[in-house]
Design a protein around this ligand. Sequence first.
Ligand code: PAP
Length: 334
Amino acid sequence: MGIDSLAKIHSKDGVEAKEVQITDECKQLLSSLPKEIGWRTSHLYQYQGFWCQPAEIQSIVAFQKHFQSYENDIILATMPKSGTTWLKALAFTVVNRDRFPLSNKHPLLTSNPHDLVPFFEYKLYANNQIPDLTKYNAGGPRVFGTHIPFPSLANTAKKSNCRVVYLCRNPLDTFISSWHFIGSMSPFTLEEAFDMCCKGVIGFGPFWDHMLGYWKESKENPENLLFLTYECLKEDTVFHLKRLAKFLGFPFSMEEERSGVVEKIVELCSFQNLKEMEVNKKGKSIKNFENKMLFRKGEVGDWVNYLSPKMAEKMSTIMKEKLCGSGLKFKLLP
Ligand code: PAP
């Protein structure tokens, strides 16, 4: 069995094989792709311009082949570690607030956001399966999460008029968040991993291409794609939650605004609140990772505690060059 026949996952104790089986068809595809040493799996492969793990590529191919989108579907897209869990909590709560009013029975009190809003690539289409989505989220729009870049979304999702929300985070904080999440499993030092990231080699990277794909679409089709940033959402969550609700087709009524529903949703989904919930202190909603690892600091600018000014300058220069002329800019500090 070849080195990537099983999706191999580096653990603290060395390399252990996990049970994701890679099909012969996918193995053939992998053998034709450029590859680099990975952080978490033995290799990352460049598929349709982005660096992914073998099991992710297999899922993406299945998703591209089989997903059928409806007009009222909602897709929440992010680079890993840029606030996916937060966005899932907010969007789920907003679109389901008739079905699940804010109460001590709210689903977020007993389920991690990743269980309420499944990923295409890690859950629905994982292990080459074709999910039955007919009964999925029967009471409202279907809400899905993904790290897949815009050009690689299934055609039906791009053409169906469904709504896509992209949450973007500055690359320095995103890198540091990833480093804490999987860095201890990686064969690299922080400096080596950072250098790879600057070359674009990080899960679903390059950062710039991932962001630009969604950014450009948000400019061309603003009614279908809402582009948010983690930093702006942190700065004024109430304001951006209202924008999100309106975009998704579930605007807050005057009465809801008056009675403080918006603030209550912000509070329910806040970092501190989610972090303290029992369901998020234990259990594993993403395979191989404990839920508590999804809630580390939740701040803007934590990178200053880990990256030298020279490292930060290097990434900033690259980002400026890559984003030049696009109008997309980042806030690196609060
Ligand atoms: P994922 O890609 O594995 O799903 P994702 O949720 O995108 O992870 O990102 C995790 C980051 O969001 C963590 O950032 P940090 O490492 O810099 O702390 C996590 O703390 C942060 N996060 C999680 N929930 C919230 C929240 N409710 N509000 C703000 N930040 C949050």
